[in-house]
Design a protein around this ligand. Structure first.
Ligand code: NAP
Length: 286
């Protein structure tokens, strides 16, 4: 004869087990979602510092991180209205809008935190002349030393365009080794002559070698714009990438096709959610 109490006992044990699993899962998920933005950013920085120490210690080029924000349709900048553009950098290149806020406050905090963990912040000349950015860390332990601003400006066109109105201080201007340097330059501008490619752009490997050799810069964060970031991606010249994707659509504009330029295959990928944005963190698999 079977014990009639057995099934009841078993179902009782089973339901206790189910409740325990649910409670355990609930506590775990609540703990994860209860992690503050600052804690998640600190974890990202810890991982970055470990990678910087292991990867870049004995190299002749700095550790390179790419960091940018894009819309859902892959745009980093919108084209400016023709009539509202204040100047045209090069007639064949459409003017883009400046300082367009794509991502939210937490993503901006991440950007400043990442700046705090790099010795140099590198931008293309057009980002410098269009946005006139400060590129300093003002939001994350900002009392620490600031990263150097580095701009790629082969023919010093963008530096001249900004003139005295430039906001970034103490900058390194990477320029062509064939360009004539101004006799009297501003005290907070250092010129770093580099090799050029056939199209007049700077040879990125030479730029990186010179930054490390002549300025001792061991880590660089490339913040844009799309033309420069695309070149770094194409040449696979990066160790980490922080790509914020915001839930907005831009339509016509300048962007980077991640499917064409960015190979997920060679990277370890993880995602973080910051407010409404997704941040894709990629570390190059060695
Ligand atoms: N969403 C974001 O995260 C983000 C971030 C930064 C900027 N932006 C936006 O991006 C726009 C500007 O981007 P952009 O693509 O037009 O220009 P960019 O990438 O900022 O600058 C390109 C310029 O850098 C110089 N350069 C020198 N060597 C280079 C090389 N090897 N590869 C590439 N460039 C080299 C060239 O100067 P010359 O012109 O003298 O040849 C070139 O035209 C702005 O509207 C800005 O607001 C968005």
């Amino acid at each position: 004869m079977t014990d009639p109490s057995f099934p009841r006992k078993r179902s009782c044990t089973l339901s206790m087990f189910t409740i325990w699993i649910i409670l355990g899962f609930w506590t775990r998920t609540t703990m994860v979602s209860a992690t503050t933005v600052e804690e998640r950013i600190s974890a990202i920085l810890d991982h970055l510092r470990t990678s910087q120490q292991t990867e870049a210690a004995d190299r002749d080029v700095p550790f390179v991180s790419l960091c940018f924000a894009q819309s859902l349709d892959g745009k980093l900048a919108m084209f400016a209205e023709e009539e509202s553009s204040s100047f045209t950098v090069t007639s064949s290149i459409k003017q883009t809008t400046s300082n367009l806020a794509i991502s939210g406050a937490s993503s901006l905090l991440l950007t400043h935190a990442l700046r705090s963990s790099h010795e140099g912040i590198l931008v293309g000349g057009r980002t410098m002349s269009t946005d006139n950015p400060r590129l300093s860390n003002r939001l994350w332990n900002s009392d620490r030393s600031q990263p150097r601003t580095i701009v790629l400006d082969p023919f010093l066109r963008h530096l001249r365009m900004l003139g005295e109105g430039r906001k970034a201080r103490n900058i390194i201007v990477c320029c062509s080794d064939k360009v004539e340097l101004p006799e009297h330059s501003h005290h907070d501008v250092t010129f770093l002559p580099c090799r050029t490619c056939y199209d007049g752009s700077l040879d990125l490997v030479d730029v990186l070698i010179n930054l490390r050799r002549h300025h001792g810069i061991k880590s660089v964060m490339v913040e844009g714009g799309p033309t420069l970031l695309g070149r770094f991606m194409e040449a696979q010249l990066f160790d980490a990438a922080y790509i914020t994707i915001a839930p907005v659509l831009f339509g016509p504009g300048l962007g980077i096709s991640l499917t064409e330029r960015f190979s997920l295959a060679g990277n370890e990928i993880c995602y973080h959610k910051f407010d409404n944005d997704f941040c894709l963190v990629a570390s190059r698999r060695k």
